[in-house]
Design a protein around this ligand. Structure first.
Ligand code: HEM
Length: 343
């Protein structure tokens, strides 16, 4: 865990780089929608992890889908990372959270990297890059800067690309951000929790694992729509859930000797064993005041974990514990009971 001043600074640098103040809202993933759902673990899940939500009993779940950008404008059609934050509600009134995005890997390894990245990737005026220079970028294996969307005058893309071109470890994450596109639906994207966690099996064996959500309807992107403030993701989800519940499989990849356990910029080999841990069914989208609670006041934390799951020593994961609490307090989000020993 980072000390309180560092946790505050982590949140402050995000606020400092916003296009405009967001008031009492999240400084990133500002635009989001709360959804209710139910999770049922697979037969095999309980033999890998003793956490309550893997015991096979149906568990109530709160989900918040979001666009990655910070700011009050909703640009669903822009190429952007999307978020899926999930709370499994446990019997004793506590919860276990799993926060994931459409990025397979993150772009910084630790807090120092994050501050340096934030210094370089500041918002700056968008400059169109000549097509000849873009070809040169491709030849040098650099991702060329995209053209601005109508109405987009400032962005962090140029600075992020400069950072990526100077820091090899960040390239996988930042290049994915550059190419990520826009999903056809929040229910048609896969979401990765990126960090390593340790899970304990009933026989006491502890395994390093990584989690991701796979949409049962399949992954589908649309061509990014450059219209300013294009909004479709909330309505699409509402219509979809009126017709039929949407489902995700929770997948757990098991690490092996030699796999990186504390660096979320590094992927694991694609050959690792993957276990289907269960199925999440999105059932309804709360309306009115209930939506305000489910979408805005709720606050997730990646280190809020049920007994049987522990955080790894990944410095980004540890830093998020404090940073998310600082942000929650700043925006008046709901505190939530949690075990003091899982920090
Ligand atoms: C140093 C690294 C990071 C910092 C400083 C950071 C900071 C933040 C902050 C301040 C919030 C708002 C929290 C709130 O007010 O409730 C947030 C939300 C979020 N972050 Fe991060 N974050 C980091 C890394 C990550 C990573 C690695 C992921 C990928 C899994 C991620 C995914 C998300 C998502 C999905 C949300 C929205 C959660 C919600 O819907 O409530 N973040 N982040």
């Amino acid at each position: 865990m980072v000390d309180p001043p560092t946790a505050k600074r982590l949140v402050q640098v995000i606020h400092d780089n916003l296009p405009a103040p967001v008031g009492e809202r999240r400084p990133v993933h500002t635009i989001g929608i709360g959804v209710n759902g139910r999770f049922v673990a697979s037969e095999v899940a309980r033999s890998y992890c003793i956490a309550e939500h893997f015991d096979g009993e149906p568990v109530d779940v709160s989900i918040r889908f979001s666009n990655g950008l910070g700011g009050l404008e909703q640009h669903d059609g822009w190429s952007d990372v999307r978020g899926m934050a999930v709370r499994f509600h446990l019997k004793n009134g506590t919860g276990s959270d799993l926060i994931a995005t459409t990025l397979g890997e993150f772009f910084v390894r630790n807090v120092d990297d994050f501050f340096k990245f934030s210094d370089t990737a500041k918002r700056e005026p968008f400059r169109r890059r000549h097509w000849l220079l873009k070809i040169l970028d491709f030849l040098q294996l650099k991702i060329p800067q995209r053209n601005p969307y109508p109405g987009e005058t400032q962005a962090i893309d140029a600075g992020a690309l400069r950072y990526a071109n100077q820091h090899r470890f960040s390239q996988l994450g930042i290049f994915q951000v550059g190419l990520i596109g826009a999903p056809a639906s929040y229910a048609r994207a896969s979401y990765h929790a990126v960090h390593t966690f340790w899970v304990t099996a009933p026989d006491g064996v502890r395994r390093p694992v990584r989690f991701y959500w796979q949409p049962v309807a399949g992954v589908r992107n649309i061509k990014p729509t450059p219209e300013p403030c294009e909004k479709y993701l909330f309505d699409e989800l509402k219509k979809r859930l009126k017709r039929w519940p949407a489902r995700f499989m929770l997948m757990m990849t098991i690490g092996e000797e030699g796999d990186t356990l504390d660096d979320c910029t590094k992927p694991w080999p694609g050959t690792r064993l993957r276990i289907a841990m269960g199925t999440l069914t999105l059932t309804e989208i709360p309306e009115g005041e209930d939506q305000a609670t489910a979408g805005e006041r709720i606050s997730f934390n990646p280190c809020r974990l049920a007994p049987g799951i522990e955080p790894s020593n990944d410095p980004i994961l540890k830093a998020r514990l404090g940073a998310y609490e600082v942000s929650r307090e700043m925006r008046g989000g709901c505190p939530f009971k949690w075990r003091a020993d899982n920090a």
